[in-house]
Design a protein around this ligand. Structure first.
Ligand code: GDP
Ligand code: CA
Length: 325
Protein backbone atom coordinates (compact mmCIF):
# COMPACT_ATOMS: atom_id res chain seq x y z
CA UNK A 1 0.00 0.00 0.00
CA UNK A 2 1.44 3.39 -0.96
CA UNK A 3 -0.04 6.85 -0.45
CA UNK A 4 -2.43 5.53 2.14
CA UNK A 5 -4.33 8.03 4.33
CA UNK A 6 -3.60 7.06 7.91
CA UNK A 7 -5.25 8.78 10.87
CA UNK A 8 -3.61 8.24 14.25
CA UNK A 9 -4.92 9.17 17.73
CA UNK A 10 -1.80 10.01 19.70
CA UNK A 11 -0.57 10.91 23.17
CA UNK A 12 3.00 12.04 23.81
CA UNK A 13 6.09 9.86 23.82
CA UNK A 14 4.52 6.52 22.83
CA UNK A 15 2.49 8.11 20.06
CA UNK A 16 5.40 10.22 18.80
CA UNK A 17 7.85 7.30 18.60
CA UNK A 18 5.29 5.27 16.70
CA UNK A 19 4.70 8.18 14.33
CA UNK A 20 8.43 8.44 13.55
CA UNK A 21 8.24 4.89 12.23
CA UNK A 22 4.95 5.35 10.42
CA UNK A 23 6.16 8.53 8.74
CA UNK A 24 9.20 6.71 7.35
CA UNK A 25 6.81 4.53 5.33
CA UNK A 26 5.78 7.56 3.26
CA UNK A 27 2.04 7.69 3.84
CA UNK A 28 -0.27 10.66 4.28
CA UNK A 29 -0.68 11.01 8.05
CA UNK A 30 -3.13 13.00 10.16
CA UNK A 31 -2.55 12.98 13.91
CA UNK A 32 -5.36 13.69 16.37
CA UNK A 33 -3.45 14.81 19.46
CA UNK A 34 -4.39 14.56 23.12
CA UNK A 35 -5.17 17.88 24.79
CA UNK A 36 -6.07 16.42 28.21
CA UNK A 37 -2.52 16.99 29.50
CA UNK A 38 -2.83 20.72 28.77
CA UNK A 39 -2.17 22.99 31.70
CA UNK A 40 -1.65 26.66 32.50
CA UNK A 41 1.51 27.43 34.47
CA UNK A 42 3.17 30.79 35.02
CA UNK A 43 0.28 32.15 32.95
CA UNK A 44 1.40 30.10 29.96
CA UNK A 45 -0.76 27.58 28.14
CA UNK A 46 1.21 24.36 27.77
CA UNK A 47 0.17 21.46 25.51
CA UNK A 48 2.65 18.72 26.40
CA UNK A 49 1.44 15.97 24.07
CA UNK A 50 1.01 18.18 21.00
CA UNK A 51 4.50 19.56 21.63
CA UNK A 52 6.03 16.10 22.11
CA UNK A 53 4.65 15.01 18.73
CA UNK A 54 5.74 18.28 17.07
CA UNK A 55 9.26 18.31 18.55
CA UNK A 56 9.81 14.56 17.98
CA UNK A 57 8.76 14.63 14.34
CA UNK A 58 10.44 18.01 13.83
CA UNK A 59 13.78 16.77 15.16
CA UNK A 60 13.82 19.08 18.20
CA UNK A 61 12.98 16.66 21.00
CA UNK A 62 15.40 15.88 23.82
CA UNK A 63 16.45 12.31 23.02
CA UNK A 64 17.40 11.68 26.62
CA UNK A 65 14.23 12.98 28.30
CA UNK A 66 11.75 12.20 25.53
CA UNK A 67 9.98 15.51 26.21
CA UNK A 68 11.05 19.13 25.80
CA UNK A 69 13.89 20.42 23.68
CA UNK A 70 17.37 19.11 22.94
CA UNK A 71 20.23 21.37 24.20
CA UNK A 72 17.83 22.88 26.71
CA UNK A 73 18.73 25.14 29.62
CA UNK A 74 16.57 25.88 32.67
CA UNK A 75 17.74 29.38 33.59
CA UNK A 76 14.29 30.97 33.60
CA UNK A 77 13.02 28.28 35.97
CA UNK A 78 15.89 29.13 38.33
CA UNK A 79 15.06 32.83 38.20
CA UNK A 80 11.41 32.17 39.02
CA UNK A 81 12.45 29.96 41.94
CA UNK A 82 14.76 32.68 43.30
CA UNK A 83 11.99 35.30 43.25
CA UNK A 84 9.50 32.91 44.81
CA UNK A 85 11.84 31.84 47.61
CA UNK A 86 12.54 35.48 48.48
CA UNK A 87 8.82 36.31 48.45
CA UNK A 88 7.87 33.20 50.44
CA UNK A 89 5.56 32.18 47.60
CA UNK A 90 5.02 28.46 47.34
CA UNK A 91 1.74 28.76 45.43
CA UNK A 92 3.25 28.07 42.02
CA UNK A 93 4.61 24.69 40.98
CA UNK A 94 8.34 24.06 41.08
CA UNK A 95 8.05 20.45 39.98
CA UNK A 96 7.09 21.08 36.38
CA UNK A 97 10.13 21.28 34.11
CA UNK A 98 9.95 24.17 31.67
CA UNK A 99 13.10 24.81 29.71
CA UNK A 100 14.11 28.15 28.23
CA UNK A 101 13.77 27.07 24.59
CA UNK A 102 10.50 25.27 25.27
CA UNK A 103 9.04 28.37 26.93
CA UNK A 104 9.22 30.24 23.61
CA UNK A 105 6.62 27.80 22.27
CA UNK A 106 4.33 28.43 25.24
CA UNK A 107 4.75 32.21 25.14
CA UNK A 108 3.72 32.33 21.50
CA UNK A 109 0.89 29.87 21.94
CA UNK A 110 -0.48 31.86 24.87
CA UNK A 111 -0.17 35.14 22.99
CA UNK A 112 -2.02 33.77 19.96
CA UNK A 113 -4.73 32.16 22.09
CA UNK A 114 -5.22 35.53 23.85
CA UNK A 115 -5.69 37.13 20.46
CA UNK A 116 -8.52 34.68 19.85
CA UNK A 117 -6.66 32.32 17.53
CA UNK A 118 -7.91 28.73 17.90
CA UNK A 119 -5.65 25.99 19.27
CA UNK A 120 -5.81 24.25 15.86
CA UNK A 121 -4.52 27.35 14.12
CA UNK A 122 -1.89 27.92 16.83
CA UNK A 123 -0.72 24.32 16.35
CA UNK A 124 -0.58 24.82 12.59
CA UNK A 125 1.54 27.96 13.03
CA UNK A 126 3.94 26.26 15.44
CA UNK A 127 4.24 23.30 13.08
CA UNK A 128 5.12 25.65 10.22
CA UNK A 129 8.51 25.94 11.88
CA UNK A 130 8.97 22.28 12.84
CA UNK A 131 7.63 20.72 9.63
CA UNK A 132 6.63 17.44 11.31
CA UNK A 133 5.60 15.87 8.01
CA UNK A 134 2.12 15.06 9.35
CA UNK A 135 -1.03 17.11 9.81
CA UNK A 136 -1.23 17.63 13.58
CA UNK A 137 -4.71 18.44 14.91
CA UNK A 138 -5.65 18.93 18.56
CA UNK A 139 -8.59 16.68 19.51
CA UNK A 140 -10.55 19.85 20.35
CA UNK A 141 -10.02 23.61 20.37
CA UNK A 142 -11.80 24.20 23.68
CA UNK A 143 -9.59 24.08 26.77
CA UNK A 144 -9.92 20.67 28.44
CA UNK A 145 -7.87 19.19 31.27
CA UNK A 146 -7.60 15.74 32.74
CA UNK A 147 -8.30 15.80 36.47
CA UNK A 148 -7.59 12.91 38.78
CA UNK A 149 -9.50 12.13 41.98
CA UNK A 150 -7.21 10.33 44.41
CA UNK A 151 -8.18 7.68 46.95
CA UNK A 152 -7.54 10.25 49.70
CA UNK A 153 -10.32 12.42 48.25
CA UNK A 154 -8.18 15.16 46.67
CA UNK A 155 -8.75 16.09 43.04
CA UNK A 156 -5.61 17.26 41.24
CA UNK A 157 -4.61 18.14 37.69
CA UNK A 158 -3.24 15.15 35.81
CA UNK A 159 0.20 16.80 35.69
CA UNK A 160 0.31 17.08 39.45
CA UNK A 161 -0.59 13.41 39.88
CA UNK A 162 1.82 12.26 37.16
CA UNK A 163 4.82 14.57 37.50
CA UNK A 164 4.71 15.64 41.15
CA UNK A 165 3.27 12.51 42.78
CA UNK A 166 4.56 10.00 40.18
CA UNK A 167 1.11 8.40 40.39
CA UNK A 168 2.23 7.29 43.89
CA UNK A 169 -1.23 7.88 45.37
CA UNK A 170 -3.82 5.63 43.73
CA UNK A 171 -6.49 7.28 41.60
CA UNK A 172 -10.17 6.40 41.82
CA UNK A 173 -11.42 8.61 39.02
CA UNK A 174 -9.88 10.13 35.92
CA UNK A 175 -11.95 12.66 34.05
CA UNK A 176 -11.51 15.05 31.14
CA UNK A 177 -12.99 18.27 32.52
CA UNK A 178 -14.58 20.50 29.93
CA UNK A 179 -15.20 17.53 27.64
CA UNK A 180 -18.98 17.84 27.53
CA UNK A 181 -18.71 21.36 26.09
CA UNK A 182 -15.92 20.41 23.67
CA UNK A 183 -16.22 19.65 19.96
CA UNK A 184 -13.81 17.80 17.72
CA UNK A 185 -11.42 20.37 16.22
CA UNK A 186 -11.86 21.21 12.53
CA UNK A 187 -10.68 18.30 10.40
CA UNK A 188 -10.81 15.67 13.15
CA UNK A 189 -14.03 13.93 12.15
CA UNK A 190 -13.18 14.29 8.45
CA UNK A 191 -9.78 12.67 9.08
CA UNK A 192 -11.50 9.66 10.67
CA UNK A 193 -14.28 9.47 8.06
CA UNK A 194 -11.97 9.73 5.05
CA UNK A 195 -9.06 7.63 6.36
CA UNK A 196 -7.97 4.41 4.69
CA UNK A 197 -6.77 3.17 8.07
CA UNK A 198 -7.24 4.48 11.61
CA UNK A 199 -4.51 3.53 14.09
CA UNK A 200 -4.53 3.59 17.89
CA UNK A 201 -0.77 3.61 18.56
CA UNK A 202 0.75 2.31 21.80
CA UNK A 203 -0.30 5.45 23.69
CA UNK A 204 -1.75 5.46 27.18
CA UNK A 205 -5.29 3.98 26.83
CA UNK A 206 -6.69 6.17 29.62
CA UNK A 207 -5.02 9.57 29.71
CA UNK A 208 -4.00 9.80 26.03
CA UNK A 209 -6.39 7.79 23.83
CA UNK A 210 -9.13 7.71 26.48
CA UNK A 211 -9.17 11.49 26.81
CA UNK A 212 -9.28 11.98 23.02
CA UNK A 213 -12.25 9.59 22.94
CA UNK A 214 -13.95 11.66 25.67
CA UNK A 215 -14.45 14.53 23.23
CA UNK A 216 -18.05 14.00 22.08
CA UNK A 217 -18.25 12.67 18.53
CA UNK A 218 -14.79 11.17 18.18
CA UNK A 219 -15.61 7.67 19.45
CA UNK A 220 -18.77 7.62 17.30
CA UNK A 221 -16.72 8.58 14.25
CA UNK A 222 -14.38 5.65 14.94
CA UNK A 223 -17.36 3.29 15.21
CA UNK A 224 -18.83 4.36 11.88
CA UNK A 225 -15.79 4.94 9.66
CA UNK A 226 -15.43 2.56 6.74
CA UNK A 227 -11.68 2.40 7.45
CA UNK A 228 -10.35 -0.52 9.49
CA UNK A 229 -9.35 0.54 13.02
CA UNK A 230 -6.23 -1.19 14.28
CA UNK A 231 -4.58 -0.74 17.69
CA UNK A 232 -1.17 -1.58 19.14
CA UNK A 233 -0.76 -2.58 22.76
CA UNK A 234 1.18 -0.21 25.05
CA UNK A 235 1.34 -3.10 27.51
CA UNK A 236 3.91 -5.86 27.05
CA UNK A 237 3.99 -8.83 29.40
CA UNK A 238 1.50 -7.30 31.85
CA UNK A 239 3.46 -4.05 32.33
CA UNK A 240 3.62 -0.68 30.59
CA UNK A 241 6.82 -0.34 28.57
CA UNK A 242 7.45 3.14 30.00
CA UNK A 243 5.57 5.23 32.49
CA UNK A 244 2.74 4.38 34.83
CA UNK A 245 -0.14 3.34 32.60
CA UNK A 246 -0.87 0.56 35.10
CA UNK A 247 -1.93 3.22 37.64
CA UNK A 248 -4.29 4.73 35.06
CA UNK A 249 -5.77 1.37 34.07
CA UNK A 250 -6.30 0.46 37.74
CA UNK A 251 -8.28 3.68 38.20
CA UNK A 252 -10.77 2.59 35.52
CA UNK A 253 -10.83 -1.03 36.67
CA UNK A 254 -8.93 -2.49 33.71
CA UNK A 255 -6.20 -5.07 34.27
CA UNK A 256 -2.74 -4.20 32.96
CA UNK A 257 -2.46 -6.65 30.08
CA UNK A 258 -2.53 -6.53 26.30
CA UNK A 259 -5.69 -8.66 26.42
CA UNK A 260 -7.55 -6.44 28.90
CA UNK A 261 -6.72 -3.22 27.04
CA UNK A 262 -8.09 -4.73 23.81
CA UNK A 263 -11.26 -5.79 25.62
CA UNK A 264 -11.53 -2.30 27.10
CA UNK A 265 -11.49 -0.75 23.59
CA UNK A 266 -13.78 -3.51 22.38
CA UNK A 267 -14.66 -4.86 18.96
CA UNK A 268 -16.56 -2.70 16.49
CA UNK A 269 -19.30 -1.78 15.97
CA UNK A 270 -20.12 -1.51 19.69
CA UNK A 271 -16.42 -1.09 20.51
CA UNK A 272 -13.68 0.66 18.56
CA UNK A 273 -11.34 -1.95 17.11
CA UNK A 274 -11.23 -4.23 14.09
CA UNK A 275 -7.78 -5.56 14.84
CA UNK A 276 -5.12 -5.53 17.56
CA UNK A 277 -1.40 -6.08 17.75
CA UNK A 278 0.29 -7.46 20.86
CA UNK A 279 3.96 -8.08 21.47
CA UNK A 280 5.39 -11.41 20.39
CA UNK A 281 5.75 -12.38 24.07
CA UNK A 282 1.96 -12.05 24.46
CA UNK A 283 1.06 -14.50 21.71
CA UNK A 284 -1.41 -16.25 24.00
CA UNK A 285 -3.39 -13.01 24.30
CA UNK A 286 -3.48 -12.69 20.50
CA UNK A 287 -4.74 -16.25 20.09
CA UNK A 288 -7.39 -15.77 22.74
CA UNK A 289 -8.62 -12.48 21.27
CA UNK A 290 -8.74 -13.92 17.75
CA UNK A 291 -10.69 -16.92 19.04
CA UNK A 292 -13.10 -14.54 20.78
CA UNK A 293 -13.70 -12.58 17.56
CA UNK A 294 -11.13 -9.77 17.58
CA UNK A 295 -8.43 -10.54 15.00
CA UNK A 296 -5.09 -10.09 16.78
CA UNK A 297 -1.47 -10.74 15.83
CA UNK A 298 1.70 -11.06 17.87
CA UNK A 299 4.69 -9.09 16.53
CA UNK A 300 7.66 -7.31 18.15
CA UNK A 301 6.24 -4.14 19.75
CA UNK A 302 9.36 -2.58 21.33
CA UNK A 303 10.11 0.81 19.76
CA UNK A 304 13.87 0.55 20.25
CA UNK A 305 14.60 2.66 17.15
CA UNK A 306 12.85 4.14 14.11
CA UNK A 307 13.18 0.90 12.14
CA UNK A 308 11.49 -1.06 14.91
CA UNK A 309 8.65 1.51 15.03
CA UNK A 310 8.39 1.39 11.23
CA UNK A 311 8.05 -2.40 11.32
CA UNK A 312 5.25 -2.03 13.90
CA UNK A 313 3.50 0.55 11.73
CA UNK A 314 3.82 -1.74 8.71
CA UNK A 315 2.38 -4.63 10.72
CA UNK A 316 -0.61 -2.43 11.65
CA UNK A 317 -1.17 -1.46 7.99
CA UNK A 318 -0.81 -5.10 6.90
CA UNK A 319 -3.41 -6.19 9.42
CA UNK A 320 -5.73 -3.38 8.26
CA UNK A 321 -5.29 -4.51 4.65
CA UNK A 322 -6.05 -8.10 5.60
CA UNK A 323 -9.18 -6.99 7.48
CA UNK A 324 -10.39 -4.88 4.57
CA UNK A 325 -10.49 -7.97 2.35
P1 GDP B 1 2.82 10.11 27.01
O1 GDP B 1 1.68 11.05 26.71
O2 GDP B 1 4.16 10.77 26.88
O3 GDP B 1 2.64 9.34 28.27
O4 GDP B 1 2.84 9.07 25.83
P2 GDP B 1 1.73 8.14 25.21
O5 GDP B 1 0.46 8.15 25.95
O6 GDP B 1 1.68 8.40 23.75
O7 GDP B 1 2.42 6.74 25.37
C1 GDP B 1 2.67 6.20 26.64
C2 GDP B 1 2.56 4.71 26.54
O8 GDP B 1 3.50 4.25 25.56
C3 GDP B 1 2.89 3.99 27.82
O9 GDP B 1 1.73 3.35 28.27
C4 GDP B 1 3.94 2.97 27.42
O10 GDP B 1 3.68 1.70 27.95
C5 GDP B 1 3.85 2.94 25.91
N1 GDP B 1 5.14 2.68 25.30
C6 GDP B 1 6.26 3.40 25.43
N2 GDP B 1 7.26 2.83 24.73
C7 GDP B 1 6.75 1.73 24.14
C8 GDP B 1 7.29 0.71 23.29
O11 GDP B 1 8.46 0.69 22.93
N3 GDP B 1 6.42 -0.28 22.88
C9 GDP B 1 5.11 -0.31 23.27
N4 GDP B 1 4.35 -1.31 22.83
N5 GDP B 1 4.59 0.63 24.08
C10 GDP B 1 5.39 1.62 24.50
CA1 CA C 1 0.70 12.66 27.78
Amino acid sequence: MQGVQVTVLAGGIGGARFLLGLRSLGHDITVIGNTGDDVTMWGLRICPDLDTVMYTLGGGISAERGWGREDETFRLKGELAAYRAAADDDSAPSWFGLGDLDIATHVLRTQWLREGVTLSEVTRRLCARWQPGVTLLPACDEPVETHVTLVDGRTVHFQEWWVRLHAGVAAKRIELTGASAAHPAPGVIEAIDSADVVVLPPSNPVVSIGTILSVPGIADALRRTTAPVVGLSPIIGDAPVRGMADACLAAIGVETSAYAVAMHYGRRPSGLLDGWLVDQTDKEAADRLTEEGLPARAVPLLMSDVDASAAMAQAALDLAEELRR
